[in-house]
Design a protein around this ligand. Structure first.
Ligand code: ADP
Ligand code: MG
Length: 324
């Protein structure tokens, strides 16, 4: 490793304020030494963002730093885990001080908020690519999985759907609230923690509700019925749909159903646990909306408030075992 790479690590990645007491050795040795919580299970995941594939060259460095950690924390959230530590592997085309400063600022701002400590990583030269691994924990046996849903369970989503998708569709015309949903997604850590012991299954929505709910259903070979008029849409979404000349009316349903990048949680709850689940979420100020019910017959049926069938335009629904 060259002097510049040591200097990059020291200047940009060793400057975190958060120091967790369970980190015995962090950045600077051959490996990190960590003290896992007792009576817990470790929950580990990893995600990579590649320039030109997952973000365009023009994306703000701070947004990339935020997002690469956020998408990982979102996976921990879906498991109901408490975040602990992160490692970061970064491949850089050059030593761009301004870019590194912004990237690490975006990364650490989110890390501080969730008490996650960066404990190590790797720094190499090449086409821009960033990989983060996060480690979390759950009390033994308490992780929430994609499997576990049963016919009759209610289906919920946190927050609102379609904002990030609408920001993508509107491009320059998207207002700051929508842009923020796309560039700075907020991992639903508190929701995941609150759902431990209540949710029968959960998944985070990265590829769109239909696609991700499809994974949850596939895990148990079940189906679902969704009321498309119950899908939660934000005030910013509704305002942009009314005011933007470029907004297509069908986006009202299509984006909440099929657009990705919202990083909300989709989860299922047995009927008798719904009240307790709602209370646990309210206690951490998380809004969740009931959007449908798990059914024994495979496939997703979308109906509107009038009870009429709705066939999603996007190919997303093919994930659901429905015969075309
Ligand atoms: P080694 O050569 O022993 O594999 P390195 O010289 O690559 O170690 O890294 C030195 C130290 O800096 C290690 O503790 C490593 O985990 C840490 N590190 C390297 N790159 C990063 C990074 N991008 N973010 C955080 N820590 C890093
Ligand atoms: Mg070494």
């Amino acid at each position: 490793m060259s002097d510049t790479e040591f200097e990059i690590i020291r200047r940009y990645f060793q400057r975190q304020k958060t120091r967790r007491s369970d980190v015995i050795t962090g950045i600077g040795d051959d490996a990190a030494v960590l003290h896992p919580p007792t009576d817990s299970e470790l929950v580990v995941c990893m995600d990579t963002l590649v320039a030109g594939v997952h973000f365009s060259q023009g994306t703000a460095a701070a947004a990339i730093g935020h997002k690469v950690l956020a998408v990982n924390l979102s996976d921990l959230a879906a498991m109901g885990a408490d975040p602990l530590w992160a490692t970061l592997s970064i491949t850089l085309p050059d030593n761009d001080a301004a870019w590194l400063d912004e990237f690490s600022r975006g990364f650490f701002q989110l890390a501080e908020r969730h008490d996650v400590q960066l404990v190590g990583g790797d720094t190499t030269r090449g086409p821009l690519s960033v990989t983060v691994q996060v480690h979390g924990s759950v009390p033994r046996g308490c992780a929430i999985h994609r499997s576990g849903a049963r016919a009759g369970d209610r289906i919920y989503v946190t927050g609102s759907l379609g904002d990030a998708g609408l920001a993508l569709c509107l491009g320059e015309q998207a207002d700051d609230r929508l842009r923020q949903r796309l560039d700075l997604p907020e991992p639903q850590i508190a929701a995941g923690q609150a759902l431990r012991g209540h949710a029968s299954a959960a998944i985070d929505i990265s590829d769109g509700l239909l696609a991700d709910l499809g994974h949850l259903l596939a895990a148990e070979q079940l189906g679902a019925s969704i009321n498309i008029d119950d899908l939660p849409r934000s005030a910013a979404f509704n305002a942009a749909m009314q005011q933007s000349a470029n907004a297509h009316p069908e986006w009202h349903y299509e984006l909440p159903l099929s657009a990705g990048d919202d990083y909300e949680l989709c989860f299922t709850v047995p009927p008798q646990a719904c009240e307790a689940a709602q209370q646990a979420l309210a206690a951490v100020s998380v809004e969740a909306t009931a959007i449908g019910v798990i059914e024994a017959a495979p496939g997703v049926r979308c109906v509107n408030a009038a009870g009429e069938d709705y066939r999603p335009a996007s190919s997303g629904y093919q994930h659901f075992g429905e015969t075309p």
